[in-house]
Design a protein around this ligand. Sequence first.
Ligand code: GAL
Length: 755
Amino acid sequence: MKKMLLFAGIIALALCFSCKTSHNRDAVLLDSGWKFRTGDDPAWASASYSDAKWDTICPNKVWEEQGYKGYDGFAWYRYHAVIPSSMRLKAFIKDSIQILLGKIDDCDQVFLNGELIGENGRTVYTKREPPVDFFKEQGRWFIDRRYVLASNDPRIHWDKENLLAIRSFDQGGAGGMFGSPFEISMTDLQDHLKFDYTSSAFTFTGDSTITKKFTIQNLSSTEEFKGKLTIEAILSDNGINVYTENTGLDITPGLKFEKPVTFKKSMAAPAILKITFTESTSGKKVTSEMEIPYILTPKIPAKPRINGAKVFGVRPWSPFQYKVAASGSAPLVYSASDLPQGLVIDQFTGLITGSLKKKGDYLVKLKVTNKLGSDSRDFKIVVGDVFSLTPPLGWNSWNCWGLTVSDQKIRQSADAMKSSGLIDHGWSYINIDDGWEDTHDRDGNILPNAKFPNMKGLCNYVHSLGLKIGIYSSPGPKTCGGYEGSYTFEAKDAQNYASWGIDYLKYDWCSYWNIAPKATLDQMKNPYKEMKHAIRKANRDIHYSLCQYGMGDVWSWGAEVDANSWRTTGDIEDTWESLSTIGFSQGKCSPWSAPGRWNDPDMLVVGWVGWGPALHYTRLTSSEQYTHITLWSLLAAPLLIGCDLNQLDAFTLNLLTNDEVLAINQDPLGKQAVQVKKTSEYEIWARDLEDGSKAVGLFNKTDKPLNVPVDLKDLKVNGKPVMRDLWSQTDLGRVAVHFEMKTQPHGARLVKLAK
Ligand code: GAL
């Protein structure tokens, strides 16, 4: 069960909205007049059932906000609507009708006149019996509910009263329908012509040539569309059109094709790719816009530069492995003075290994040299009870490969972490998520499945590259993917992990619901304590990452179970809605973040993602991705890349290798940012840094460029601090009292203010 914590960003309105629609067409609006009751009875799908005594409810707010606080489980909504055939007669395209039901938390079955027409966001095209276990599917609260039926579908009763019944199931948290729109309407040109930008990344050649392929699909099974396709590239700052292409388009029913476009634009300038289809007989237009990525991080210098964390924690006796992160043209030669006894550095790889027996702080001077010069930097090793003194930087298999992860994919990802240069900026973990487990043998040892023939060999391989390796399990009998969990095998599992050389464990609640169906706070902690003791005995620093979606305000007790990080939310998706809802709701856990104890708002959704095996290029715009990395850095969040590292495009690599931005995430003070200001248009978050300066993030939540204003008094900054733009790595001089920065739609600016 995934608990959706806050819908604050999604649920815009506090009242049942009045009847109007955003589309320019006839529609039956379903904004008010809904009947509601909790419970479950198949008879409630029937048109002949009387709901006269049911409560009324607004569809745009979850039921917990309408008098059903704390109610989880089944509930039904019913609506009586006449669907006029005049709507069909007047429509430009007459073949399909759509029922839009906002969003539903978490699962739903929709019945029209007693027949099932939709389930969990998917239309049920032909009459069939309703499946019984729809409510067990992972929560679908973030999916728009749009059910499309053929106009001649016998389940529709034209010009008569129709009964729409929604059987919804809330797995926990909010519950039921919310968002918008709620209507029955004919589909129109924009519903049939789909533009998609996720089949390729933008590629950059030289300093200004950009290529992109996008797809156009005719979703209609009957209509052919003819007209003109206009492709434009428009600079966001001044509206100047830098590219226009006009071509004829004749797209038959069901056809999908890819269209390449090449144009010139300065890399750093924000711009929009605008595609317009003008239908020739009606003149109707469908427009779609996509931001063209802008590259901000300057080129990595050829001279040596030491990057990565300034502090590293280890427990006494635990195997020590730290790879000095440094960029510059190869070959680099590494050295370290004042290394404590017990540690050695490999001069060719920069890998520091060994072990330390005595608690204490050790100050080391790192040096990296190449033929162009050298760089040196102080580095503190802290031998104590807590490790992961800065948030982990790495990669996890889930957001790209899902359950199709394999030994080969892990090795390839580790290779790519090194060959792409990410390792030179401090990225160090390669984490296997769900999908590696088989069963426990007679002696209680967990056996990897056939996709992982040699776990120890795999761990050795990843370590040999200077990287660390992570694994995944559940305290329940089964993982969320249905694989074997650790329930009753905790001690043995931890021993096996340690003997293989595992450095990171993600421990995911999943089927523990079967053990503790209505878990109290203590019951929420217990399985995590169990594994804590098991890991402690393993005598190896294994980063302990809790995944239970924030239940029981885990941030307030994660440290108690020895966790190094804990997920604060349900699963992230590569949409602005998911990213912004999760990211901007993290203020509540700020006070609990500290070195070795990190709030985890879930993994990164940049690059090629897809939850396996088919991948798509992230649906986030480049500005949204700047927001992602900026906010997650300010939040001192673990940064776990979720994409295929073998397909890193120029933009993604640039986004993930800005050392000044990563330094904010890795700041040794370990203080998470707090929300300084929030309006409907923008937010400002700020984080105190170890050197006494402040990192400040400005976020534009609107879909237009915005000058975000900042008052120094809100930041509790006096005098005239020096300001540096961290994405472009440029000094902006001194500021006093107030400043403003232009911020792209859904984008961010990140600055550092120093005395
Ligand atoms: C989810 C978890 C995901 C992923 C998945 C694996 O519960 O939140 O991040 O680990 O399980 O099945």
